[in-house]
Write a protein that binds this ligand. Structure first.
Ligand code: GLU
Length: 495
């Protein structure tokens, strides 16, 4: 088998979005599965729409997702000599011809063909111009495009799509398409093929939206005497209303960067993207990198469009519930050291990282992450919902503040009292703190829940969380005492 060489060739005209990332991922999987190569090629020929910012965004996004490439980034604009040479070759070998028809003429013909309900495709006027006629027009300075000469044969041009089976189109249905503009610039359709031939691409895995080009591109491969690569066209990703997802209609929710900022786990997003249009044939939903590489096949790419079921209006997230669920499953079950790496990056960004979490407080740090991760949805939650474990400037959420603190004004006295009891404990452990808390409730003749819930909210700012006495151990004696003794401010600021 020839070497597997795949490519991810984004046009750098916007950020890396969900659909682009899925294309990159599936190509990456195929390369890794086959010990092949992934080539990153930036298709920047559209100078007006390509931006440096977009190039950087794509590269950053790929890096963040952990999708490494083996060659490139190559830039399409650097290979214009190859594109021009190929156009020349097609002319010389009789696979293309110069067309001097003006836009006005073409428009006029099209309009009258439309009115007469006739074929509107190019009629081939310049297909058989003699060498003299061409020379004469050129001498007069009449501009020309170059058109591909589609063979005038009956029958069909066909290719074998790994997902969709044999795709064919009658030669008669394909017009002599333009490959070089009148300004001398080769069209994307040609550049793309020339680059894939030069880069020795063996498999082209791309969206079905490119299928309208593929048969014409197959003709180009053949005319250029190159081997036609294997094609695998993926379904499109649509929203619930069956619209193609795009920045214009959906905003940031379709950008990879959005998920990075929200604290999603890069591989969880990849896992989700893989299932968006690819089906393992089993119920398995969570795949490690190795498992996914192993399980992935082109044949199991879906034929029908997939739905990115983003949900607008959910209080915390505006995205596909399946993505949230996969992210949570990773968060809860992933190796704690790996989780710590991700949290560290976020803490550094949030300004709450402390070097001791890497040294003398490593064990505490890992245990605390493990203790609190069960209720969290994203990496960002450690710095927000879990902030009280790591910093003193945490927020007390409105609901528990009202319910567990403000509703019981006497906690103003009781919690400092409990703090005093705790400070006199020789051994500040789960059992001793629980016994003290219950003894106080008994003495005051109140339900222990009042003390315990008040304490939870005062210490963590949250309504719910891990077991109360685990929390005390994680926060530590000194901070517990300090926070319980200074409960006043919660009343002063909120009454
Ligand atoms: N540059 C094209 C795009 O971003 C990719 C075309 C292809 O995969 O052949 O849509």
């Amino acid at each position: 088998m020839t070497e597997v060489r795949v490519r991810f060739p984004p046009s750098p005209t916007g950020y890396l979005h969900i659909g682009g990332a899925r294309t990159a991922l599936l190509n990456w999987l195929w390369a890794r599965k086959n010990g092949g190569k992934l080539i990153l090629r930036i298709e920047d020929t559209d100078a007006e729409r390509s931006t440096q910012e977009s190039i950087e965004g794509i590269i950053d996004g790929m890096n963040w997702l952990g999708l490494d490439w083996d060659e490139g980034p190559y830039f399409q604009t650097e290979f214009s000599d190859d594109h021009n040479r190929a156009a020349k070759q097609l002319l010389e070998t009789g696979h293309a011809y110069k067309c001097f028809c003006t836009k006005e003429e073409l428009d006029r013909k099209r309009e009258s063909a439309m009115a007469a309900k006739q074929d509107v495709r190019y009629d081939g006027t310049c297909r058989h111009l003699s060498a003299e006629a061409i020379a004469e027009k050129e001498a007069q300075g009449i501009p020309h495009v170059i058109r591909f000469k589609v063979p005038k044969v009956s029958g069909k041009v066909a290719y074998d799509d790994k997902v969709l089976g044999t795709i064919e189109r009658s030669y008669e249905d394909i017009e002599d398409f333009v490959i070089v503009r009148s300004n001398g610039k080769p069209l994307y359709l040609l550049c793309n093929v020339v680059d894939d031939i030069r880069d020795r691409i063996s498999h082209i895995i791309r969206g079905q939206d490119h299928m309208s080009n593929t048969t014409r591109q197959v003709l180009l491969y053949k005319a250029l005497d190159a081997q036609v690569p294997v094609f695998a066209h993926m379904p499109l990703t649509l929203d619930l209303q069956k619209r193609k997802i795009s920045k214009r209609s959906h905003g940031e929710i379709v950008a990879v960067q959005f998920y990075r900022e929200k604290g999603f786990i890069p591989w969880a997003l990849c896992n989700f993207l893989a299932l968006l249009g690819w089906n393992p044939g089993t119920e398995q939903e969570i795949f490690s990198r190795e498992e996914l590489i192993e399980a992935f096949t082109l044949e199991r790419i879906g034929k029908v469009n997939s739905v990115f079921n983003y949900q607008k209006g959910n209080a915390k997230f505006f995205t596909d519930p399946k993505l949230i669920s996969i992210n949570e499953q990773y968060l809860r079950s992933m190796d704690i050291e790996q989780l710590a790496e991700l949290v560290k990056k976020d803490f550094i960004e949030q300004g709450i990282w402390d070097e001791v979490y890497d040294t003398e407080k490593r064990e505490w740090f890992l245990n605390t992450l493990d203790l609190i991760r069960d209720r969290f949805h994203t990496i960002r939650d450690f710095a927000t919902l879990g902030r009280a474990y790591f910093a003193d400037d945490y927020q007390v959420e409105a609901k528990p503040l009202k319910k567990n603190i403000l509703k019981h004004p006497d906690l103003k006295k009781w919690l400092p009292l409990l703090a005093q009891q705790f400070s006199s404990l020789d051994d500040f452990n789960k059992e001793s703190t629980e016994a003290e808390s219950r003894a106080l409730a008994e003495k005051l003749e109140i339900k222990p829940g009042i003390i315990i819930n008040g304490m939870r909210t005062a210490l963590t700012g949250q309504l719910a969380g891990p077991g109360m006495f685990d929390i005390l151990m994680a926060i530590g004696k000194e901070r517990v005492i300090q926070r319980l003794s200074n409960i006043d401010h919660l009343y002063n600021e909120n009454e």
